[in-house]
Design a protein around this ligand. Structure first.
Ligand SMILES: Nc1nc2c(ncn2[C@@H]2O[C@H](COP(=O)(O)OP(=O)(O)O)[C@@H](O)[C@H]2O)c(=O)[nH]1
Ligand SMILES: [Mg+2]
Length: 324
């Protein structure tokens, strides 16, 4: 889509947000956007699809690419999730490599190097963003200059670093300023007011999954996926919008269905109530949400389900799919 009649002062920059699971990628996206768009949970590996999140500062458009956490696994689902992360860093102007200050720093840097698989020379300029500074007592006394120099030996594309907290908001403005300074004159990719390349349907499934992640324990959420069966918007007599949404929560085994439904349906009801509130905050209207739990054995190996979830085949996917 080409947007015509752009302001002559328009500038744009695209930044990929990468890093290990749970470093705070989605939290940073939400902080910069000023809204809870990307799902944030205390459990790692919740984000599965890459997507754009957009904000503007004066005439400068910043397009953030939220990516799933980098993890290596031979499982088909994880291969496809990783592919989303790989594509996320492709063709961007800058990579923001997030590093959790509360964990081993150099290990995270090396994990990123392994992830890009020897292509560090082709990498766009990359900035280190140390996160969760509110959780370490003396972030300003940490030898981060030295750590940065060591990191540069591993990833030569590293240019500078930031030390931020999205909880306290510390230093995030420095990152925003650097992004704006590095934006190039040119057309905006998105219309004014756009916040993402994904639609409300996508975020509805994310918010259902987010609430289920929060409420359910252990491994179950990783064997769970959400698919929208129906999504319809109606205008009522007052002109207000009501969205009627039916969605299926897919699980792998019948025993998991029992857990997600809960005693007398209490769990699915709670997931639904919380998700409905979050979806309504996004649509700014009323929401009727119908949730069903379906047992779909091995959905995470099923090409049709994975495509429906926005996870096409990865480069290293096994060629095992039967032709229809
Ligand atoms: N204390 C603190 N917690 C954070 C910060 N950023 C993220 N978190 C927490 O870290 C967890 C993972 O965050 P999330 O944004 O989902 O990480 P992602 O997996 O990289 O997208 C959540 O529990 C967040 O609340 C921060 O700056 N300070
Ligand atoms: Mg995330």
């Amino acid at each position: 889509m080409l947007l015509t009649d752009q302001h002559p002062d328009n500038k744009s920059i695209m930044a990929a947000i990468v890093g290990a699971p749970n470093v705070g990628k989605s939290s940073l996206v939400n902080y910069l956007l000023g809204m809870d768009l990307s799902i944030v949970t205390s459990k790692p590996q919740t984000t599965r699809n890459k997507f754009h999140a957009v904000f503007t500062v004066d005439h400068t458009e910043v397009v953030l690419v939220d990516t799933p956490g980098l993890h290596t696994s031979s499982q088909e689902l994880n291969k496809r999730i990783n592919q989303q992360a790989v594509e996320g860093v492709d063709g961007v102007d800058v990579n923001l490599l997030l590093i959790d200050l509360t964990k081993d720093i150099l290990e995270q840097i090396k994990a990123f190097k392994d992830f890009i698989g020897g292509k560090e020379k082709e990498l766009s300029k990359t900035w280190l963003v140390f996160t969760k500074s509110d959780r370490v007592e003396n972030a300003e006394n940490m030898p981060l200059d030295k750590v940065f120099e060591q990191a540069k030996e591993v990833i030569p594309a590293l240019e500078q670093y930031f030390v931020i907290s999205t909880k306290s908001g510390d230093n995030v403005h420095l990152l925003t300023a650097a992004l704006c300074d590095n934006a190039q004159p040119g057309s905006h990719l998105y219309l004014d007011g756009a916040i993402s390349n994904k639609n409300q349907r996508f975020f509805a499934t994310e918010y259902i999954r987010e609430q289920a992640f929060d409420l359910l324990k252990d491994e179950l959420p990783y064997e769970m996926a959400v698919i929208i069966d129906e999504y319809k918007d109606f205008k009522d007599k007052t002109g207000a919008f009501t969205s009627h949404i039916s969605a299926s929560i897919l699980v792998n085994r019948p025993s998991q269905r029992a857990i997600v439904v809960g005693s007398k349906g209490s769990m699915i009801k709670e997931i639904g109530t919380r998700a409905r509130k979050k979806i309504a905050a996004m649509t700014d209207g009323k929401v009727h949400l119908n949730l069903h739990v379906k047992v779909s054995p091995k959905w995470f190996k099923n090409n049709f389900v994975l495509e429906e979830l926005g996870l096409p085949r990865a480069i290293n996917s096994a060629r095992v799919w039967k032709q229809k």
